[in-house]
Design a protein around this ligand. Structure first.
Ligand code: OAD
Length: 247
């Protein structure tokens, strides 16, 4: 549904609780590849069954560990963009803002957002594949190119360490999920930024909020089909659209 921008500005100004739900597109302008964009998406060029499942890790731990270490190293040289900054600044103007992200980067935090809820874990954490105890693993300073690297061993049980991200077939972190559901139930406005909305259960969060009466605004470089009421699609790069909407 098309909405006059001043109507959406009004909604932002009057909102008591804004939920910002983000996906890979919010970090695209920071130079981090999305998953499903044609040509550049990580899943357009790699098989998620091999790189993002427990079975893929068991089959080739060195390939999987090396790929995530490369992504982690790449993240260290990336900076938050205008979209992350506009979202962080929103917290100064609105009584309550909750940021729920599917992203495993830390760019929302580095832009200044507090208490970000990570539904799919974090590239910056590591835990044991067997005993699940957390471990600290530095990123190699030598440039990595996704080459295979044998995962380090767990200091407790000797098992293999794995990245602290959620893989296909795994449950979301329970605490993060519960907090995201609670935010969806109390938000009056939801900004859905840079996500294909294809991965469940995360994609339920905007739906839950809409069913609870919230207005949903999608911000995406592609038009998003919307329901007849209380749902809007703003088309363009997240940095530009959010600077205009929230500025
Ligand atoms: P996707 O790659 O599926 O979708 C990215 C979305 O961002 C698409 O709808 C693009 O049109 C949009 N987009 C791209 N650039 C943009 C920009 N500059 N501004 C605004 N929008 C832009 O990524 P996600 O929806 O995040 O899961 O993917 C969901 C999950 O699938 C990820 O969390 C990951 C992946 O497998 C796990 O790692 C568990």
């Amino acid at each position: 549904m098309a909405a006059r921008p001043d109507t959406l500005h009004d909604l932002v100004e009057k909102a008591g609780h804004i939920l910002v739900f983000t996906g890979a597109g919010v970090s695209a302008e920071s130079g981090i590849a999305t998953f499903r964009d044609a040509l550049t998406g990580l899943w357009a060029n790699n098989d998620p069954q091999q790189l993002a499942t427990p079975e893929g890790f068991i089959a080739d731990p060195a390939r999987v560990w090396g790929w995530y270490q490369w992504r982690r190293q790449q993240l260290l040289s990336r900076e938050p963009n205008a979209a992350h900054r506009a979202i962080a600044a929103l917290a100064q103007r609105v009584p309550k803002v909750t940021v729920v992200t599917q992203n495993v980067d830390d760019l929302h935090e580095r832009a200044g957002s507090d208490a970000v809820i990570h539904l799919h874990g974090s590239l910056l954490t590591t835990r044991c594949f067997d005993c699940e105890k957390p471990a600290q693993v530095p990123v190699d300073e030598v440039p990595l190119d996704g080459a295979a690297i044998t995962p380090p061993s767990c200091g407790h049980c000797g098992g293999m360490l794995r990245p602290g991200v959620v893989w296909f077939g795994e449950a979301l972190p329970e605490d993060a999920w519960q907090r995201a559901v609670a935010a969806a139930q109390s938000a009056d406005l939801v900004l859905v930024v840079g996500t294909s909305g294809l991965v469940y259960p995360a994609a339920q969060i905007p739906q839950l909020a809409w069913e609870g009466g919230a207005t949903v605004v999608h911000v995406n470089t592609e038009p998003v089909p919307v329901a007849a009421e209380r749902e809007h699609s703003l088309v363009g790069p997240a940095g530009e659209v959010l600077a205009e909407l929230l500025g």
